[in-house]
Design a protein around this ligand. Structure first.
Ligand code: GDP
Ligand code: MG
Length: 187
């Protein structure tokens, strides 16, 4: 019997870093970059199934695309309990969005400190190379110091958006398998 796991993936970061664009590009198999900017109010839910290589199993990733504006922060945090995955997004041309990542992580962690979700730090808008102010090195260091995996992408160019989600789905699946193996070894 194929196993289908369902994972809650919360996507956080400052307003306008590209959270909704990243979710929509991944959800649409890189066929849709939103042409008009609509501000996310609260949380939008998008679901996409990721097949696990060399198995018949899959992970259903439920993306909780959260609003980044402070006025929504109390509302959106109500949706964050028991996340299985977290993606912290920043804009490589925006210093403030990078320094905010720590704040977003703390907000996620204070939800359920006993269950650490698998996490990714996602540097978006790498197509704007001329205006880039946050280097890959700085991004990688922040990710390492927080136990996150580092990825870069451009939602606009639909470049490398999937990698972060595939990584998370595979890690989540590995955790599941480890748990199953532990249970079986207990008899
Ligand atoms: P959110 O507030 O974090 O959900 O951000 P949005 O997804 O709504 O995007 C905010 C703005 O950034 C929009 O005008 C997008 O078109 C733009 N944007 C998103 N991703 C990219 C990207 O990879 N490159 C560029 N150049 N612009 C982007
Ligand atoms: Mg949004």
């Amino acid at each position: 019997m194929p196993v289908v796991l369902r994972a809650k993936c919360i996507v956080v970061g400052d307003a306008a870093v590209g959270k909704s664009a990243v979710c929509q590009v991944f959800h649409s198999d890189s066929s849709h970059f939103p042409k008009t900017y609509t501000m996310t109010c609260g949380v939008e839910l998008l679901v996409k199934t990721v097949n696990i290589p060399d198995s018949k199993d899959s992970v259903e990733v439920c993306m909780y695309d959260s609003a980044g504006k402070e006025i929504f922060s109390e509302l959106v945090q109500k949706f964050w309990d028991h996340p299985s995955m977290v993606i912290v997004v920043y804009d490589v041309t925006n210093e403030t969005s990078f320094s905010s990542c720590q704040k977003w992580l703390e907000r996620v962690r204070c939800q359920k400190p006993e269950l650490q979700p698998v996490g990714v730090l996602l540097a978006n808008k790498i197509d704007l190379d001329q205006r880039r102010v946050i280097s890959p090195k700085a991004g990688k260091e922040l990710a390492d110091s927080n136990g996150l995996e580092y990825f870069e992408c451009s939602a606009k160019e639909m470049e490398n958006v999937d990698s972060a989600f595939y990584y998370l789905a595979n890690e989540y699946y590995k955790l599941y398998q480890e748990t199953v193996n532990q249970m079986q070894s207990l008899g």
